[in-house]
Design a binder for this molecule. Structure first.
Ligand SMILES: Nc1ncnc2c1ncn2[C@@H]1O[C@H](COP(=O)(O)OP(=O)(O)OP(=O)(O)O)[C@@H](O)[C@H]1O
Length: 337
């Protein structure tokens, strides 16, 4: 478990103070894949780097598994760092070392014997699917393969926490998917808590169970991924969510309408997304229904769908249709434009 309590971080840059973190309170539970999202400069990297002490807070407490990091002596710091692995956007591999040598670095630093290192590196190469590349150099690898080396190096000390700083931002969409799949596998198979930083909501929706939205050094919204996606409160959160789920009707669809009245946005969650609710409404023949736009996503194992429809009929019948949808568990919003 990672707890951030009243964290402030101020840098001095050109004799000016930069308040990178301003009173952050956040709890990452053991087993979470916790995503921190925000625009550039929001303070995400500053926060994540506190966990492995690459940065120290100006004030406030960071606790990992109940231990206050401010109170560690040098020996305890070393032991703490072993518990934490980290991967980076640009992989941070040593170009002059082979894949196997890069992965071995943390074990060499720990002074393990050669046989033990070789044995553990072999097992790790196989786990990240790079057995055939052990003698290659980073320059001979694709971006995805380089990140797999980064992941292997981070996991070789058998940490309980993995920090990921924009780990997929330099990768193409297909490679991103394979790396995210591997991270998810690491979380479930090895019971490793993951704290990741990203500016892409797709990453959050694909693998995280919890998310915190950061802006100007503060957490402006946090919660389960499903709650945040289904009911974002803050403007910035709404913008991030809309990159994955359309909160507005596309302009092209709107332009094609002869009339723009009686448009509704329907939101389906869980069971309501699976039931043919709109079909039932059509069969009722209360109102005439024109489906304008729809999309569906699986978020945290639950189906979340949104649909824009136009309902034509008398005011009473439209009200009845809305009541029917609400009874079926559908969230109905008038306008949606
Ligand atoms: N070492 C440093 N010295 C001075 N200022 C810094 C330092 N590191 C970060 N900052 C500043 O702190 C603020 C937060 O930066 P941080 O890198 O934590 O944000 P971020 O959300 O991770 O953004 P990005 O995605 O661009 O890295 C920014 O204004 C940044 O310029």
């Amino acid at each position: 478990m990672i707890i951030f309590e009243n964290i402030k971080k101020t840098y001095i840059k050109n004799k000016q103070q930069v308040h990178a973190l301003n009173d952050i309170n956040l709890t990452v539970d053991t087993g979470d894949i916790y995503g921190l999202i925000g625009w550039s400069g929001a303070g995400k990297s500053s926060l994540i780097r506190l966990v492995n002490q690459l940065e120290k807070p100006t004030s406030g407490i960071v606790k990992v598994d109940g231990v206050d990091l401010n109170k560690l002596d040098v020996k305890a710091q070393r032991a703490h760092k072993k518990k934490i692995g980290m991967i980076f956007q640009h992989f941070n591999l040593l170009e002059s070392k082979t894949v196997a040598q890069n992965i071995a670095i943390p074990l060499v630093l720990q002074g393990l014997n050669k046989e033990e290192i070789e044995h553990r590196v072999e097992a790790m190469l196989s786990y990240v699917d790079l057995s055939g590349k052990k003698a290659s150099y980073p320059s001979q690898l694709s971006g995805g393969q380089k990140q797999r080396v980064g992941i292997a190096r981070a996991l070789i000390t058998e940490p309980s926490i993995l920090l990921c700083d924009e780990a997929t931002s330099a990768l193409d969409p297909q490679t991103t998917l394979s790396i995210l799949k591997l991270l998810k596998q690491i979380n479930s198979e090895r019971n490793i808590t993951i704290l990741l930083v990203t500016h892409e909501m797709e990453v959050i929706s694909s693998i995280c169970n919890k998310v915190a939205v950061m802006e100007k050094g503060q957490v402006i919204e946090q919660g389960s991924v499903l709650d945040i996606f289904s009911a974002p409160q803050q403007e910035t959160t709404k913008k991030f969510v809309s990159t994955v789920i359309n909160a507005e009707i596309p302009e092209a669809v709107l332009d094609s309408l002869t009339e723009q009245g009686n448009i509704f946005r329907l939101e389906f969650l869980g069971d309501s997304a699976r039931e043919p609710v709109v079909n039932e409404l059509i069969l009722k023949q209360l109102v005439e229904i024109n489906i304008l736009f729809a999309n569906m996503r699986e978020i945290g194992g639950v189906v979340l769908g949104s649909m824009f429809i136009q309902m034509n009929g008398t005011e009473t019948d439209v009200d009845k249709a809305v009541a029917f949808l609400q009874e079926k568990g559908v969230k109905v919003e008038r306008g949606g434009v």
